[in-house]
Structures are given as C-alpha cells and as structure tokens.
Write a protein that binds this ligand. Structure first.
Ligand SMILES: [Zn+2]
Length: 127
C-alpha cells in the first residue's frame, strides 16, 4: 500500500528539477491557495499540481488499483479525494489562477511533460 505522503514526494521533486532546469522559478506549497498547489508561479497566476495517481484517483489509470479488502472504504475515500481536487480547481479558477496537473504516471516521459508545462507557463523567467 502507498506510503504516507510527505511534502517532498519523489514525483514532485522530478517536476521541480525539470522546471528549475528549464529556467523557471516558483514558490512551493502556498498554504493560502486552495489545495496548497505544489508549485506556484505568482506573477503568471499559474499553479502546477503533481498528483500521485492512486491518492488522487487518476481516471482510467492502471496505477489506481482499488484493494480488494475494504473495497467500499477505498472507493469512497478516493472519490472524496477527487471531489476535493475538483473543488480546489474551481476555487483557484474563481480566484483567477490557472492550474495544470502532472500525474505521476506521466513522468516516464519527461520530455512530453516539459513541453506541456512550457506551453502552459509561457515564456520562462530570466535566471
Ligand atoms: Zn496515472
């Protein structure tokens, strides 16, 4: 079963290193924003979430395998997590923030993630 989530989960570190290497600068885990986005780009009013597939219930993802034991418990727990993510996304949008989610399973192709994030974030900041 998945381990307890810490702030610096490995998938998040990969995305941080990737964006840093591309010349982007960002804030981390702004607690005053809905969902405490993993990476925050205040001047662009954009945020990036790095989501573990299981805990955030990535739709149609093979990494989301509901344990057979306590199936109902897990189904309702993961559904609650999904609703919370949707609610936070809506709140961010209301506040004028654009959000992008990188899923753990997408990190096998970092080049594709880089291209998507560069097109989402726009021109990189001067280093
Ligand atoms: Zn996934």
């Amino acid at each position: 079963m998945a381990q307890v989530k810490s702030k610096d989960t490995k998938p998040e570190m990969k995305v941080r290193r990737l964006l840093h290497g591309l010349g982007y600068r960002y804030r981390l885990h702004r607690a005053d924003l809905p969902g405490r986005p993993d990476l925050v780009f205040p001047s662009r009013r954009k945020v990036v979430f790095v989501h573990g597939c299981f805990w955030h219930n990535h739709p149609d993802c093979e990494r989301v395998r509901i344990p057979a034991a306590n199936r109902d418990y897990w189904l309702s727990k993961l559904e609650r997590n999904s609703s919370r993510d949707r609610r936070n996304a809506a709140l961010l949008k209301e506040g004028g923030w654009e959000a992008q989610t990188v899923w753990e399973c997408q990190l096998g192709d970092l080049q594709a993630v880089a291209e998507r994030l560069v097109s989402f974030l726009g021109r990189r900041s001067r280093a």
